[in-house]
Design a protein around this ligand. Structure first.
Ligand code: TYD
Ligand code: MG
Length: 459
């Protein structure tokens, strides 16, 4: 097959050249050139011939003629994964599964293949990074059997398309997109243009042949999905697989989903025989010690539709520096600064000569304001060296005048706390739609931060 003609295009200003340049002569930015395929005039013309457009299903319809059936979903048989996807893989969609090397992406997707092929569907697993034997070894560990799962280590996309026609799978996995290449482009596999072109082709195939496709992508040191940002725009769904490599649990989070919410998370535990679902993650993250330590509080936060009870830890100490340090892990940095400012102004706790560290246990990022009160109480507990009341769960947003503001879904949060054996809850007074008689908890409703402090530290 003849090589395609390519050009180099600056991704910032669109300047074009026929060879790679380190710095764009037009806009002056460095390392912004990407290789792109030059389409000849003949090709462009044939692509847009009127007969082709008329025959296609993409012809304009009146909106009331468009069928509104929920697209058929393929269930992964793993509740945690299905929920993150919005109820399973949508037929013919392209999903990008991204994560650090070694986090367990291949394991998760092989388990998914195992479950999907159980009820007669066919899957093709392209292990472009590993040999078929290596995949077989992993498959043995994961107890993958079945005649409907095909494996190939072919990493040339054009050859793969031939195999696709033969096998006609319902489900296709490309592990990883950085390791496959199209022979139409001269740059090496993993380069921006290869990744983009291969994804483009896979997207077209997925839609045309209704093959649900998952592409696996590595994450760079900076935490971006390797390859251009366009990769995220091209696919239907982007799912991130995260976690601490030295701990066994992993968090699956959707960061883009054309067919569902991006609020959901799924939690898994890496074990000897693969990933197991963690149905109740709060138990995993909570402190097993009965006694509360100084500087610790437990909050009830919402991750998508699910309540997570998480422990917040805080440490304060006299600073040796002119500017005290503020470190926030798991909560937004500016949120911490705001909470500290309210503590100083409305409660009179002076932390201007103290370093403050706040950490959410479990490596979970919380971005809802309901975390405020828990953080404030953890900081006060450490600064004053007194532990919070035992088995107390906290939820509430702090306003700038020190008032505690209502949070969403309070009954759901309280229910979860009760289920896990908590005895007391400190929540906002302004909370509506709350039926206290439903709960077997001591519920303290507070209007001001000062009231919350009283409630949290009284014996
Ligand atoms: P892998 O799925 O190969 O990661 P990725 O594809 O994201 O690079 O899994 C990597 C780690 O998972 C590896 O260090 C070993 C561990 N692992 C288990 O602990 N149990 C298992 O059953 C399997 C298959 C892997
Ligand atoms: Mg892998």
């Amino acid at each position: 097959m003849a090589k395609l003609k390519t050009k180099w295009v600056c991704q910032t200003c669109g300047y074009e050249t026929f060879s790679y340049l380190g710095r764009c002569p037009d806009c002056g930015n460095f390392s912004t050139f990407c290789e792109e395929v030059v389409q000849s005039a003949v090709e462009l013309k044939s692509n847009s011939s009127p007969s082709l457009i008329l025959n296609s299903a993409l012809r304009a319809k009146r909106i009331d003629e468009v069928s509104s059936d929920e697209k058929i979903r393929i269930k992964t048989d793993m509740e945690e994964f299905d929920r993150v996807l919005g109820g399973g893989f949508v037929l013919g969609s392209l999903v990008l599964l991204a994560g650090d090397p070694g986090i367990g992406k291949s394991t998760l997707i092989l388990q998914t293949c195992r479950n999907i092929t159980k009820d007669g569907k066919t899957a093709l697993y392209v292990c472009a990074e590993e040999s078929e034997q290596q995949v077989k070894l992993r498959a043995k560990r994961l107890k993958v059997e079945g005649k409907n799962l095909y494996v190939t280590s072919q990493n040339c996309l054009e050859e793969l398309l031939v195999q696709l026609d033969e096998i006609k799978p319902d489900f296709l996995v490309v592990d990883s997109i950085q390791a496959v290449f199209s022979s139409q482009i001269s740059s090496s596999s993993g380069s921006v243009s290869q990744i983009r072109e291969c994804t483009n082709i896979l997207m077209r195939i997925a839609k045309q042949k209704n093959i649900t496709t998952v592409i696996i992508g590595h994450v760079t040191k900076e935490g971006n999905i390797a390859g251009p940002k366009v990769l995220e725009h091209m696919v239907d769904t982007v799912v991130n697989f995260e976690g601490d490599r030295y701990k066994s649990y992993r968090v699956l989070r959707s960061i883009k989903n054309r067919f569902g919410t991006t609020m959901e998370v799924g939690v898994f535990n890496m074990e000897d025989d693969g990933l197991s679902e963690v149905k109740n993650p709060s138990e995993l993250f909570l402190n097993p010690f009965e006694e509360n330590n100084c500087g610790c509080s437990t909050i009830a936060t919402l991750e998508g539709t699910r309540v997570l009870l998480l422990e917040i830890q805080s440490l304060t100490g006299t600073t040796p520096y002119p500017n005290p340090r503020r470190v926030a892990r798991g909560i937004e940095y500016n949120r911490l600064l705001q909470i500290l400012a309210v503590l100083e102004k409305r409660v009179g706790i002076n932390l201007s000569k103290q370093d403050v560290y706040v950490n959410v246990i479990g490596g979970i990022d919380i971005d809802e304001p309901a975390v405020d009160l828990g953080v404030a109480l953890a900081v006060i507990s450490c600064a004053r060296d007194i532990p919070l009341k035992r088995k107390t769960v906290i939820a509430g947003e702090i306003g700038l005048s020190g008032e505690i503001r209502a949070v969403d879904n309070i009954e759901k949060r309280l229910k979860e706390a009760q289920k896990l054996g908590f005895e007391c809850a400190i929540i906002p007074k302004t909370q509506k739609d709350l039926n206290l008689s439903k709960f077997d908890l001591k519920i303290v409703q507070v209007a001001k931060l000062t009231d919350a402090i009283k409630a949290a530290f009284e014996k």
